[in-house]
Design a binder for this molecule. Sequence first.
Ligand SMILES: CC(C)(COP(=O)(O)OP(=O)(O)OC[C@H]1O[C@@H](n2cnc3c(N)ncnc32)[C@H](O)[C@@H]1OP(=O)(O)O)[C@@H](O)C(=O)NCCC(=O)NCCS
Length: 202
Amino acid sequence: MLPANYQIRLMQPSDFSEIIEICKRVYPTDTPYTPDELNEHHRVFSEGQFVAIDAPHGAVAGVHFTLRLRLRDFHVDDPWDILTAGGTFADHNPEGHTLYGADIMVHPTHQRHGIAHALTDSARSLTQAENLWRMVGASRLPGYGKRRASMPPEQYVAAVVRGELVDPVLTAHLKDGWTVVRPIHGYLPHDDESDGWAAVIQ
Ligand SMILES: CC(C)(COP(=O)(O)OP(=O)(O)OC[C@H]1O[C@@H](n2cnc3c(N)ncnc32)[C@H](O)[C@@H]1OP(=O)(O)O)[C@@H](O)C(=O)NCCC(=O)NCCS
């Protein structure tokens, strides 16, 4: 499935500067990760931080950051800042039964090559290897903002699930095996493209 020129491995400190550049490209209005934050992710749960490498060029093409949580400590509509302890992953719980997908991003040059799918499969393999109960996450809905006047988010998400509408992010997550729990507001409050909405997925 993944083209032969890409490989998945665990994140290393030497990847940090390239990851920050990808972050700036795919989230241009957000503050990018800092080296200190990436170092913390690496320190608290190195086995849950995956990168895809464009092997011929030795370049980082995409990343998937995960941590383990005990879900009863959280609510279904908690925002990203709460679920990640402000992006530090300090809430990673080695006893947590849920693998939470905090972020997945692929450099625009490398999108639509199956990289997100392969990164998701790596997290799925970790979930199985550690005998965890589930993976959860939340999908941005960047196609929703321009439709907000014509339909509520529940209707939009249902149409994407049925394949009647295509969302640049939720459609990819659905194809990668995630299912929708429910839309929530305020997961990423400054995500204007999504009008502040996201879909909790598992
Ligand atoms: C969402 C994202 C991670 C997908 O990465 P990707 O590597 O391009 O995805 P894949 O190539 O693995 O695609 C998986 C499937 O989704 C489909 N897909 C991917 N992007 C799509 C899009 N924009 N529109 C429709 N379908 C799409 C692919 O065609 C593929 O389908 P297939 O299995 O039938 O072949 C990437 O677009 C991205 O980094 N976006 C910006 C950051 C972001 O918003 N991340 C999500 C945070 S919740």
